[in-house]
Ligand binder design. Structure first.
Ligand SMILES: [Mn+2]
Length: 333
């Protein structure tokens, strides 16, 4: 699934048309990140400005360091969501299951809209605004807002900038184009604040996060001549450092940054199984396809998977073995 920005704008227009006189629930994914919160806030504010009663609904909470962006927008936890007359629009969800199965079940008639940028997005809504080469869901929303004339005030511009900033690794990935920087410049003119965003996202780490980072770094292991590097987090690491799974955000960048490493792997053991993150720098390695073999999906350079019922001690070698095999196949050596 993937469309041009122009087609995405048409899809978003259709969503707005359907929402006239109706109420909207803007849904994000589990463990929301900057692009998820940014696009939920931005879409919710744009819908409200267009006269639509809109709220955001998430399985998990808004991360505390991002709560300033959510000010003025109603965020409801999935477990507290009791309404049944809102039409759902998902943002930044590669697959509808990313919303969380219990929350998704509150919308039995399905999803009206799907705004996203993941290559693996199958187009699960009535109207799909999925641009797979866009840098962020906030990129899709910002560009579409300009094309169809949706209102972007200062708070909306800040939210859109937040998502672009975080999903491009502070404007450093190959997804950054002159057009994206020009679009971002227009967001800055509308009130987006790079210094504030940088402070909130990257300079508010807790001491616990630092301790968790130390543990993660101590767990790093190299495989296949050093082109794969994996690290682990167990529930005991969170308990010992007073952190939560939100704090693993960004850790996989450490192994990814090492010379010679082509694929970085973060394995997190939870009560119900292993969640994995994959990061790379060569699109030919197709980490989205690797994640697909491990019950997951995502982008070519950044993907994730979820293996229920697995444990590190029992299944680590098998998972790493599949990573090695995939990388050898794709690299042709
Ligand atoms: Mn995103």
């Amino acid at each position: 699934m993937g469309t041009s920005m122009q087609e995405a704008a048409e899809a978003l227009k259709s969503v707005l048309r359907t929402l006239k006189g109706r109420k909207a629930a803007v849904l994000g994914h589990m463990r929301p990140d900057g692009d998820c919160i940014g696009s939920q806030v931005a879409l919710c504010r744009m819908l409200t400005a267009a006269g639509v009663d809109a709220v955001c609904v998430n399985r998990d909470r808004v991360p505390p360091n991002l709560s300033a962006y959510a000010r003025g927008v109603t965020f409801i936890r999935g477990s507290d969501y009791g309404e049944n007359d809102r039409l759902a629009v998902a943002v930044d969800c590669a697959d509808a299951s990313r919303i969380g199965t219990e929350l998704l079940a509150r919308f039995p008639e399905g999803l009206l809209g799907n705004v996203d940028h993941h290559a693996s997005n199958p187009g699960y809504a009535v109207h799909n605004a999925v641009v797979k080469d866009a840098a962020a869901t906030c990129h899709v929303l910002a560009a579409c807002a300009e094309m169809i004339g949706l209102e972007v005030d200062a708070a909306t511009a800040k939210a859109l900038h937040l998502g672009i900033l975080t999903d491009t690794g502070r404007f450093s990935y190959s997804s950054v184009s002159p057009e994206l920087l020009e679009l971002t410049a227009r967001l800055l003119r509308k009130g987006a604040d790079p210094a504030e965003a940088n402070f909130r996202v990257f300079e508010q780490e807790s001491r616990g996060k630092l301790a968790l980072t130390q543990r993660f770094l101590a767990s790093l292991r190299f495989h296949d001549g050093g082109r794969i590097c994996s690290g682990e987090i167990r529930q005991a690491d969170y308990a010992a450092t007073g952190t939560t799974k939100e704090d693993k955000e960004g850790l996989v960048e450490f192994p990814r940054s090492v010379e010679g490493v082509e694929v970085a792997v973060l394995l997190e053991e939870g009560a119900d199984g292993i969640r994995g993150s994959l990061r790379g720098r060569d699109p030919r390695l197709r980490l989205d396809q690797l994640a697909g073999k491990l019950n997951g999906g995502g982008h070519m350079l950044a993907a994730g998977f979820n293996m229920l019922g697995c444990s590190l001690d029992r299944d680590r070698d098998r998972i790493i073995g599949q990573v090695i095999e995939h990388v050898r196949e794709r690299a042709g050596k």
